[in-house]
Design a binder for this molecule. Sequence first.
Ligand code: SF4
Length: 220
Amino acid sequence: MTSDGPQPREHPYIWVTWMPRLLSGNHHCEWASWFKAQHDGKTWRRAHRDFEPTMWALNHKALLREERKRLEADGATVRVERQNQFHLRGWHATLSGMPDLVSLKDGQVTIHDLKSGEPHEHHAIQVMLYMWAFPLARREYGGLPISGRVVYPDHVVEAPESAVDQAFVNRAVDLIKTLAGEEPPPRTPSASECVFCEITSDDCPERVETPPPEEETDLF
Ligand code: SF4
């Protein structure tokens, strides 16, 4: 962090992981991702998170190792995390991401995203974003059939290639243009969303720290 405050980037930079909650309607504050897209991440202070990420990382790593072993035993070539990192530079922004596992077997590419916590609909959207952007950025996979899987400890959600249709791509591109635009989208502060937000009240004066008080009624 610099003492000069958040420094603007020359070219907006967006992580795929910022998009699924906004696309699914699980989160509403586009301003948070707009701010992160527009500013150098080393120049602004991040909010402390209460949860301990160590267990999450251990569970995720164990699931990843297990799934990789299973895929390789089945004859697939598998690439892991940083091997899959991509940067897709467009006119408006650079889109980056890092699928957990990408397997190739008999000419079929599969993106696998591993989730050790509770299932959410935005998990499948993250895989669909990878299915769209990854082969555009990593040309060695371009033109091959591609599908996706969200792998939970006890079940799998499949994302067929047909899920990534033109309507989905249009929504993703619209959101990228919003986050990359010069005009900031409105903030939508709420206790339940701000608690998960990395942006402090230094940069977001509308940050909500406490939930609204509970009122009583005798109507029901
Ligand atoms: S603190 Fe709340 S209002 Fe501010 S950017 Fe984050 S989510 Fe939006």
